[in-house]
Design a protein around this ligand. Sequence first.
Ligand code: IMP
Length: 419
Amino acid sequence: MKNLLDSLGPVCAVIGAQWGDEGKGKIIDILAEHFDVIARACGGANAGHTIVVKGKKHVFHLLPAGSLHEGKPVILGSGMVIHLPTLLEEIRTLKEAGIDIVPRLLISEGAHIVLEYYKEIDGVMEEWRAKEKGGKIGTTKRGIGPAYMEKAARTGIRMGDLKRAFAGAAGDLKSMLRWKADIAQRQYGVTVDLDAEWDALKQAHDVIGGCIGPMTILFKLLHVDGKRILIEGAQATLLDLDHGTYPYVTSSQTTAAGALQGLGLPPRVLTSCIGVAKAYCTRVGEGTFATEETGKIGERLRERGGEYGATTGRPRRCGWLSLQDLVFSALINGFTHWNITKLDVLDEEGEIPVGIAPKEDGAMNYQKLAGWKASTKGMRSFKDLPPNARKYVEFIEERTHIPASFIGTGPGREDMIVR
Ligand code: IMP
């Protein structure tokens, strides 16, 4: 383990290789102990990971999964869009469990704020898509698209604006809000409750106003203080705005390059990049999914893998692993290691098809690998795995030329093979 951790170097990114929900939280939790700073770069409350605080399960959307590691600075980067009441709720949950994250929380002044009414616009746009564009995206309705639209239009409100507003420039922010409310009404028929929006901003400023600052802090932490930085990716590669299955994607950059951009870190500081992929595949929301199983097999994978969305509770679409997608994600991100998760979910399968490449008619060409029909649950050593389970992992390694250094064998923190 020590050699492996040393090989990750001072800046490591953990990136989802499929459509999200690969189980990034567990590897983050394991690695966070060995890094000094935990940073989240992009996305917003569309993400969701379950955190166990003092024996009680909570779903967190904004704070990174590594936040529980006491004493480590937690960074929310410029690429993020932050719904302030959600952030306050997460801070409160931690505080009730005796963890005060505020003194070690650093929020980029460039991160955008998701106002409450953005969620309504998100809903209105989904209705339009359903009626007039042939179908919805199936967004999380957390206002993510509208927040990034405002960012690209340069009409967004950023954390730095919040800080300035309560340091004496409230008038500017109030008039900006009025102008935006007018547009929301005229363009989307959404009525904005300006008083409620203002109250939410004020309440947030009271709690986290002191956390807002420039992202150059990361340079200091890395280069002056010699700290190791763990970058926690959100969503996943195939949902990337530029490289994913557009238009069925999220509105942010979900790749390693996107994460560096979101944190203001130069690409060459990245020393390792762990691609996280389920041993099979899932997707929430609409869009292509060539290896999807819509019948009994899909149901079986869903039940065995507990595949229901952490953010929306939606049943996830399930299917087989697509090698083609893994190769694509590995190339786009420059993965140095794999974390293959939930191998145990395949324990009962007699034969395991792996999608190799689509045929001309769009159907998938599969290579069928033999199943192992034995429990791998909780295994912690690669050599103890049934031979066919080892072959399955080795098949992924050989075809992608990337070592599977971490293999998940169950939901518990300890259920992980580290090679
Ligand atoms: P949005 O990010 O809410 O706009 O949703 C766009 C698409 O990304 C939808 O298909 C969502 O289901 C999907 N999505 C966004 N965030 C996540 C995530 O954290 N896990 C899985 N899917 C996500």
